[in-house]
Unconditional design. Structure first.
Length: 129
C-alpha cells in the first residue's frame, strides 16, 4: 500500500473543511471561505498562464465574468437553479475561451497582450449592452 503524499493529505483536509464549513461556521464565514477559494482558483489559473507560459492576458477575468453571467442569466430567464448554472458555467466560459483562443492562437508576447486587451474590452461591452 502506498503512503499518502503531503499533497494528497492537503487536498483531503481541504475537502473535509469544505464539507464541514456549512455545518460549523456562520453564514458570513462560509461566504468568506467561498470567496477565498474562488479567488485562489482564479490566482492559480493566472499563475499557470503568466508563470508557465510567460503570456500576459488582460482578458483573464472576462471568462470568469462569462461564467458568472451564465449562472445569472439562466436563473433570470429560464428559472434554472443556481446549481445547474454552476455546472454549465465552466462549459460556456470554455466555449467562449475556445472561440477567442482561436483568434489569439498565433499571437505572441506584446501582440497577445494587446489582443487579449481588445477581447476583454469586447466582452465588457457585450456584458453592459
Amino acid at each position: 500500500m502506498r503512503r499518502p503524499t503531503p499533497t494528497t493529505i492537503g487536498w483531503a483536509a481541504a475537502a473535509v473543511v469544505a464539507l464541514a464549513a456549512p455545518l460549523l461556521a456562520t453564514e458570513r464565514q462560509v461566504y468568506l471561505l467561498m470567496s477565498v477559494l474562488v479567488l485562489a482558483v482564479f490566482a492559480t489559473s493566472f499563475n499557470l498562464l503568466l508563470g508557465y507560459t510567460g503570456l500576459v492576458s488582460f482578458a483573464h477575468a472576462a471568462y470568469y465574468g462569462v461564467g458568472a453571467y451564465t449562472v445569472a442569466l439562466l436563473a433570470l430567464h429560464f428559472g434554472a437553479s443556481p446549481t445547474l448554472g454552476l455546472v454549465l458555467a465552466p462549459f460556456v466560459a470554455g466555449a467562449v475561451a475556445l472561440l477567442t483562443g482561436l483568434v489569439a492562437l498565433r499571437a505572441t508576447r506584446l501582440y497577445f497582450a494587446l489582443l487579449t486587451l481588445a477581447l476583454g474590452q469586447l466582452l465588457f461591452l457585450v456584458a453592459f449592452q
